[in-house]
Design a binder for this molecule. Structure first.
Ligand code: HEC
Length: 118
């Protein structure tokens, strides 16, 4: 009986642990972004708190490029992934000076991390 309960507890906890790990790896992948981005305030780049699900170019008090403001994008996971992978290709004329992150695993982790900052 004890084993059964323990087994069930582990089965319940495993997915949570896997998720936490991705977000933790994502926090590391976010390190280069910190040069320009923070959560809770604008810097060189716009505040990224709650960015997942937000309309592009709409954070209050930040002076976006016309390109991003008029992109009509909403930052769902797929769109964010394409943007971070290759910002220039996704929104030509934007002003984020970042070459792009090409590693799919790191991209997924990074987005898992962004989702924790809501
Ligand atoms: C050299 C500075 C710089 C770096 C490094 C940088 N960004 Fe940016 N980021 C910007 C700027 C500037 C903008 C605004 C672009 C515009 O208005 O065209 C921006 C915009 C964004 C947006 C759109 C936000 C919104 O409100 O629409 C997201 C999402 C984003 N960056 C994520 C990232 C992530 C994730 C990284 C790291 C992988 C990163 N950025 C690295 C400067 C930077």
């Amino acid at each position: 009986m004890r084993h059964l309960i323990l087994g069930a507890a582990i089965a319940l906890l495993l997915p949570v642990a896997a998720q936490a790990q991705d977000a933790a790896a994502g926090e590391k992948a976010f390190a280069p972004c910190k040069a320009c981005h923070a959560f809770g305030k604008n810097g060189v780049g716009p505040d990224l708190k709650g960015v997942v699900g937000r309309k592009a170019g709409t954070h209050e008090g930040y002076n976006y490029s016309a390109a991003l403001k008029n992109s009509g994008l909403t930052w769902d996971e797929a769109t964010l992934k394409e943007w971070i992978k290759d910002p220039k290709a996704k929104v030509p004329g934007n002003k984020m000076v970042y070459p792009g992150l090409k590693d799919d695993k790191k991209l997924d982790d990074l987005i898992a991390y962004l989702k924790t900052q809501s």
